[in-house]
Design a protein around this ligand. Structure first.
Ligand code: SF4
Length: 448
């Protein structure tokens, strides 16, 4: 038995109430997966094949640069994989693809052409890949692909609109230490890939028109407007106006068609009100990491321009505008344990993060998290290529669920269904680990 298999099975045994699906999903998200050439999508920049390719919707989420990924860079892997069956009897589990040619996990086709996930050489699950959506096969009038302007993730649930593909926090003294948004911009440009820095609002509307027309099953349910932080202006607009004006245009053209979400900095209340007035329903002012010292070290730009205390105050204030239920700040799960500055024990890291969860949840605000991918061009990724220990991620799922229960909260709106076998949220398994809920939460609430 390989050591990674032993690690996974040990955690499954010690944490039997965490779904087994989530243990594999967290391990794949933190450490990545290798792709055999038989499992690549065969799609380059255009969307022409049968499999929906990885769109690089904001960060690289890879464990190597494009030149290091070799064939996987040229014949892209799928956007996501879905795991089922195998010796662990996995229920349907959607996992975002983070490529790592050195991972002990490998996706490959067997002799019959059936894709499987292999760990330490043993087949552990059947693998499904997302079919190319019809809307990806159509281009905008100017020739741009829908995948470039309005990619969808989470098995088609979420339209991901990174409308500003760089960040005005720039360089070592300002960029968040785990974020490769600016590097990802540079590497796509260097590879000659289409990569629009500031998306034109008319292009976004045109891409959405195509999605709306061909998404006849109405799988697309929400859109996220996001991108880098804006400390001055972009196209003459400040951050609230810049991201907000896309929401306004979308809501005017397609009123109520999707749940509108915006990921932006924690802004003053008047700016947050502008988001709301523009038609945004859910606000994500991400708090990134709870511990004060780590926030100051990891988010130097945010600390300098706004500061942690003010950031948290603004998160709480925004509940007056959106309702606590619709304020969902994200954190990057795992960076608490990045060396040399992070916690050295899982106990300390979980205690710190739980303190943050309790702080927000005691105000009715439900944070959520993405699993840290240690991209090698970031300072934290470079120093910690293995990411955080898997045990940290499993215990976080446990702590998250029990803290929610303590405060009588349920899965946040705008993430699709909760529960193992049902969740579609692909960049952490928090939704897979929560109890299955009813479909009523699929619309954002209006109050807290
Ligand atoms: S604010 Fe930080 S996490 Fe957000 S895009 Fe800029 S560098 Fe990345």
């Amino acid at each position: 038995m390989g050591s990674r298999t032993a690690l996974v099975e040990d955690l499954m045994e010690r944490f039997p109430h965490v779904p087994r699906e989530a243990v594999f999903k967290e391990d794949l998200l933190r450490g990545g997966v290798a792709f055999d050439s038989s499992a690549l999508s065969d799609t380059a920049n255009e969307a022409a094949g049968e499999v929906k390719p990885k769109s690089y919707f904001i960060f690289s989420f890879d464990h190597g640069t494009l030149p290091e990924l070799g064939e996987a860079a040229l014949r892209r892997p799928p956007e996501e994989i879905v795991l089922t069956g195998g010796p662990y009897g996995l229920r349907r589990t959607v996992v975002s693809v983070r490529v790592n040619p050195r991972s002990p996990y490998r996706v490959a086709a067997d002799d019959e052409g059936m894709l499987g996930l292999y760990l330490d050489g043993k087949r552990i699950a059947d693998v499904g890949v997302p079919p190319m959506p019809e809307y990806y096969r159509h281009t905008l009038a100017n020739g741009k692909s829908v995948m470039e302007v309005a990619p969808t993730i989470q098995w088609g649930y979420l339209i991901y609109l990174t409308v500003f593909r760089v960040c005005q926090y720039f360089g070592a003294k300002e960029e968040c230490q785990y974020c490769d948004i600016n590097h990802n911009w540079r590497q796509h440009k260097a590879a000659g890939r289409p990569y629009t820095g500031v998306k034109d609002v008319e292009e976004v509307l045109e891409a959405l028109e195509i999605i709306d027309r061909y998404d006849t099953q109405k799988a697309s349910t929400a859109y996220t407007l996001t991108g880098g932080a804006i400390t001055s202006k972009v196209a003459g607009r400040d951050e609230a106006d810049f991201y907000g004006h896309y929401a306004k245009a979308i809501e005017e053209r397609f009123p109520g068609r999707w749940i509108g979400k915006v990921v932006a900095q924690a802004l003053p209340k008047a700016d947050v009100q502008r988001f709301k007035d523009y038609g945004v329903q859910i606000y994500h002012p991400n708090f990134e990491v709870w511990d004060r010292r780590l926030f100051e070290l990891y988010c130097p730009g945010k600390e300098r321009y706004i500061g942690r205390d003010e950031w948290h105050k603004r998160i709480l204030d925004s509940a007056d505008v959106f309702g606590a239920r619709n304020v969902i700040p994200n954190f990057v799960a795992g960076v608490e344990m990045a060396q040399p500055h992070g916690f050295t024990t899982v106990d300390e890291a979980i205690a710190s993060t739980t303190e943050g969860l309790r702080f927000f949840m005691s105000h009715g605000i439900t944070p959520r998290f993405t699993t840290w991918c240690p991209e090698p061009t970031t300072p934290l990724g470079k120093a910690n290529p293995e990411g955080a220990p898997l045990e940290y991620h499993i215990r976080l799922l446990d702590a998250y669920r029990s803290t929610m229960e303590d405060f009588g909260l349920s899965s946040p709106p705008g993430y699709g269904p909760a529960g193992a076998g049902r969740a579609v949220f692909s960049v952490s398994s928090f939704m897979d680990s929560l109890p299955a809920d009813d479909e009523a939460k699929e619309t954002a609430g209006t109050g807290d």
